[in-house]
Design a binder for this molecule. Structure first.
Ligand code: GLN
Length: 533
């Protein structure tokens, strides 16, 4: 029987429920090779975050199966290593679609369909189906939003009612709450958390553990204040603000999480964090420092590039290198507010991440030209590869007006064109080329040496590609296609020969980088930046 572990959050949003869930998963992971799956329930009515502006919702994370999911899946994968599946992200949009489809099929004939019990039962059925399909030892279920929000009510109600289906002994409820500090006295206040727990109980959920986020470790005296709610100090786990999210599993461990979890799950949990600690030690004791310029469009909202930043940090940790990020807004270069020199300064490496549309594009192309001509290590991801091809076509192959049809539909030289299978697609949700696809790598290339494999699978999210009509021209002028799709039509990886590191890919390798196992192209990039420095 799987154990269901729910993680809810209260008092306010943004206190780190996703990281807390990922950290609990990491603590449970090496315990006798237990199988873990992590489910996230999101209240919004969009089917998935794929069509939301990153400014509204942060990065869109893409799974192997091509589902666009909440960015918390990035934390789960980076911490735990389990690769998620599309139906592990249950949004209200997906839930109601499923319910209404069933109603149309006549599955509820004669009945009035209501949130309680029908939507709630649908959630329970979904969770039980996942448990039956994957047979995990632990199924972590994070419920998005804050207790008391209207839009996650059906998930909370389902978490409460699940105990009737599978018995309370197979369920653990963990609640993350917040203790504000009064700055003039330095005192931690418990009342908001107590009211929040009372609210949770009024919804039928009695937390087994409370993670109390606060500015400093809770003194026993403060923990005892929760006695009046019938919670003993061992049920209160202190979670302090941390600059480095990778310290959180260890911080939980040190603050008694594992003992308390053992009590709650009725089994002794032995934890193996040795590899994690080793990488963390390297990260905390760097011997080098690099500045990497990330040149993009949403650079004030760092969450829209979360996986890219984490992948750089992972590679840095494995090379004992601290990574400082310089955010470069390419619209400023395009408009002439910033010169390349001012924008890039003496950054040790340049990275152009994924992106859409034409705003800021000419600035990105200038930055790429600067990297190519001045031997600055360059890593291009998706749009960052397409724009590198445009720059190469313009400035090396002499195709002055080379562009992408996405940027200039009238261009005479569409070196980047829409994928043939994308031409007739008019709907937006989940219709890009999404998910993991294989690429065959060419022996002897930098990319091959980094992956050390003939075939690799990376995840994708795009509609455009390098136009096959220009393959010959690009190759003749020295652009190396280091990896192609199995039918050889689609360019997946490119690189340049006489350059310390000029590598780009149509894929998003950042999505598969793990704290304990960095993504090869990021590792190669950081190593090249170090070498040049
Ligand atoms: N806009 C480009 C495309 O659709 C690149 C997408 C991306 O960078 N994710 O192909």
């Amino acid at each position: 029987m799987s154990k269901f572990i729910f993680i809810t959050g209260g008092v306010l949003s943004g206190i780190g429920k996703g990281i807390a869930t990922a950290s609990i998963g990491r603590l449970l992971k090496n315990h006798g090779d237990k199988k873990i799956i992590v489910v996230k329930c999101d209240g919004y009515l969009n089917v998935d975050p794929g069509t939301m502006n990153p400014i509204e919702h942060g990065e869109v994370f893409v799974l192997n199966d091509g589902t666009e999911v909440d960015m918390d899946f990035g934390h789960y994968e980076r911490f735990i290593g389990t690769e998620g599946e599309g139906d592990w992200n249950i949004t209200s949009g997906k839930l109601f679609l499923r319910l209404i489809d069933k109603e149309r099929e006549g599955k509820f004939l004669g009945k009035t369909i209501q949130i309680v019990p029908h939507a709630v039962n649908e959630v329970i059925d979904w969770w039980i189906e996942l448990a039956e399909k994957h047979k995990p030892d632990y199924m972590l279920i994070e419920i998005g939003g804050t207790i008391g929000d209207n839009e996650n009510f059906w998930f909370i109600e389902a978490a409460h009612r699940l105990s009737h289906n599978i018995g309370i002994d197979n369920i653990a409820y963990i609640h993350l709450t917040y203790l504000p500090m009064l700055y003039n006295t330095g005192e931690l206040k418990t009342k908001p958390a107590k009211r929040d727990i009372a609210l949770l109980r009024s919804m039928g959920i009695n937390p087994d553990l409370v993670i109390a986020r606060s500015h400093y470790v809770l003194p026993e005296r403060i923990k005892h204040k929760f006695n009046e709610l019938n919670l003993n100090p061992k049920q209160i786990i202190s979670a302090i603000d941390m600059n480095n999210i990778y310290e959180i599993p260890l911080m939980f461990y040190e603050n008694g999480m594992v003992d308390s979890l053992s009590d709650v799950l009725h089994e002794k949990i032995d934890v193996d964090l040795s590899k994690w600690e080793e990488v963390l030690n390297n990260m905390k004791n760097p011997t080098n420092k690099l500045t990497i310029a990330i040149c993009g469009k949403y650079t004030d909202l760092h969450d829209s590039y979360a996986s890219v930043v984490e992948a750089l940090k992972h590679a840095g940790a494995h090379l004992r290198t601290e990574i400082e990020i310089k955010w470069v807004e390419t619209t400023d270069i395009e408009s002439g507010v910033l010169s390349i020199q001012d924008a890039i300064g003496n950054a040790d490496g340049i990275l152009v991440p994924g992106g859409f549309g034409s705003r800021g594009v000419e600035g990105k192309i200038k930055v790429i030209q600067h990297a190519r001509e001045n031997d600055v290590p360059y890593l291009g991801l998706c749009y960052g590869m397409q724009l590198a091809v445009i720059e190469f076509a313009r400035n090396v192959c002499g195709l002055k007006d080379a562009s992408s049809k996405e940027i200039n539909p009238e261009t005479e030289n569409p070196v980047i064109d829409i994928l043939p299978e994308q031409k007739d697609i008019t709907t937006k949700g989940g219709t890009m080329r999404l998910g993991a696809y294989p690429a065959n790598l060419d022996k002897g290339t930098k990319v091959y040496n980094l992956y050390n494999s003939d075939v690799v699978q990376e995840r994708h999210r795009h509609r455009y590609e390098v136009n096959p009509e220009y393959h010959e021209t690009l190759k003749k002028n020295g652009l190396i296609f280091s990896g192609l799709s199995p039918n050889k039509k689609l360019v997946e990886f490119i690189e340049l020969k006489d350059h310390p590191y000029f590598v780009a890919t149509q894929a998003h390798p950042e999505l598969k980088s793990r704290f304990e196992k960095p993504a090869p192209l990021f590792f190669g990039f950081v190593r090249a930046c170090l070498k040049r420095k």
